[in-house]
Design a protein around this ligand. Structure first.
Ligand SMILES: *Cc1c(COP(=O)(O)O)cnc(C)c1O
Length: 401
């Protein structure tokens, strides 16, 4: 596919991409949309600066978690009022998992896989300790999840797209199998939202969480999101019962009564500046058909794989070869992957590295072209051919890789 018949090529102008940079890390931190700085500045100067406390009402700050949630909901197949933007993904995993476990009080197993992002597993393990009710966190290989769905499983908790390899779980099928086994399904959409087509309602997912700063471009540490299926909304209880989840926060009652609806999963005062950035960043998706986005994502990643395999024989594909089995990233293994990635970044091609040897490249169809992919691989192949990565400056590990 050439860029000429690329329906999304005009979207690149909506982003501020630094001169000389080919950005293949939108799966870790999305690029700044061009209009966001002005909008955030307006919120700071006019809403905060001038309206002060009145802005909670006059600028509907109080509803911003819900309004942002509804915008994200449209990208992941969730009906209005079922998604809220709040807290971090890790905190949302804690709340959702606890809520889900209370819906299956007689079962003790939380089932996950070893392709899950560690924070999800750490949170599950911490919650299990805190509850002290004999729960077991069972971690199996990704391909063994289905077989592990016994009648002791309370919750199947999976990340749809593997952060290292991009391997994509079949959300609809695995959720169906979980339900057949009497379990509930919790899906982490950190690498799915804004990257692939997701249909939470159609897949009958029970709960979902996801990230605001990756493909949704909300900015570093942007609020995350949380979904509860309509049939559970009125039955779930959050383990963090803060006043924003109360039926009447401003009644200042001494007893806790959860509000009806998704706001009961929130805790404290929303981070308005961060939410404003995320809300505003979501504008770029307004005229985007997620099917077109997926088509271009596959086309970019297929081109990348074929170019790398033709020009960089040192690298071994770590992602599934079938594009239907991948999210929107491609990973290659290379023993000196860390140094090679640093050398690549020094040349303006930004991807990242995941231990022990994975070079990871994210494909964000809104701001990447096919030409970018070809140019990036040419630079990568030159670095490998000349071994320019083999230099002390590229081998010192930074705190963030
Ligand atoms: C990125 C990511 C997170 C990040 O969680 P934070 O609380 O935002 O640090 C969590 N889970 C998955 C699967 C991720 O990919």
């Amino acid at each position: 596919m050439s860029d000429l018949n690329d329906d999304l090529r005009h979207k690149k102008d909506a982003f501020l991409i630094p001169e000389g940079v080919i950005y293949l890390d939108g799966n870790s931190l999305g690029v700044l949309p061009r209009h966001v700085p002005e909008r955030v500045s307006e919120v700071v100067r006019e809403e905060w600066g001038s309206s002060l406390i009145r802005a909670w009402n006059t600028h509907s700050w109080i509803d911003l978690p819900l309004r942002t949630g509804d915008r994200i909901g449209r990208l992941v197949g969730a009906p209005e009022g079922t998604v809220v933007a709040c807290d971090s993904t890790s905190v949302n995993v804690f709340k959702v998992l606890s809520a889900a476990l209370s819906l299956r009080p007689d079962r003790k197993v939380i089932l996950s896989d070893n392709g899950n992002f560690p924070t999800d597993l750490y949170v599950a393990s911490g919650l299990k300790e805190l509850l002290s009710r004999g729960h077991e966190l069972k971690i199996v290989d990704p391909e063994d999840v289905e077989a592990a769905l016994g009648d002791d499983v309370a919750i199947m908790m999976l990340t749809q797209v593997d952060y290292r390899t991009g391997r994509l779980h079949d959300m609809t099928e695995l959720t169906r199998r979980a339900h057949e086994a009497g379990a509930l399904a919790v899906w982490d959409l950190a690498h799915s939202a804004g990257a692939i087509e997701v249909d939470l309602l159609g897949a009958k997912a029970d709960f979902a969480i996801g990230c605001g700063y990756k493909y949704l471009n909300g900015g570093p540490g942007a609020p995350a999101f949380l979904y509860v299926a309509p049939e559970h909304l009125d039955h779930v209880t959050s383990p963090l019962t803060g006043w924003m989840g109360h039926e009447a926060p401003f009644a200042f009652d001494l007893d806790y009564r959860p509000v009806t609806g998704i706001m009961r999963m929130t805790v404290g005062t929303p981070a308005i500046l961060a939410l404003s950035s995320l809300y505003s960043a979501l504008d770029v998706f307004d005229d985007v058909d997620m099917a077109d986005l997926r088509t271009k994502s596959i086309s970019l990643s297929e081109l990348f794989i074929s170019q790398v395999e033709a020009k960089c024989p040192e690298l071994a594909l770590a992602s599934p070869r079938d594009p239907q089995q991948r999210g929107s990233q491609v990973s290659f293994r290379f023993q000196e992957g860390y140094a090679a990635m640093q050398a690549l970044i020094a040349r303006g091609v930004i991807g990242d590295f995941r231990a022990p040897d994975v070079m990871r490249f994210g494909f964000t169809p809104l701001y990447l072209s096919h030409q970018d992919v070809v140019d990036a691989v040419d630079i990568l192949s030159e670095i490998l051919k000349t071994r320019s990565w083999d230099s002390p400056e590229f081998k010192t590990r930074a705190k963030v890789t």
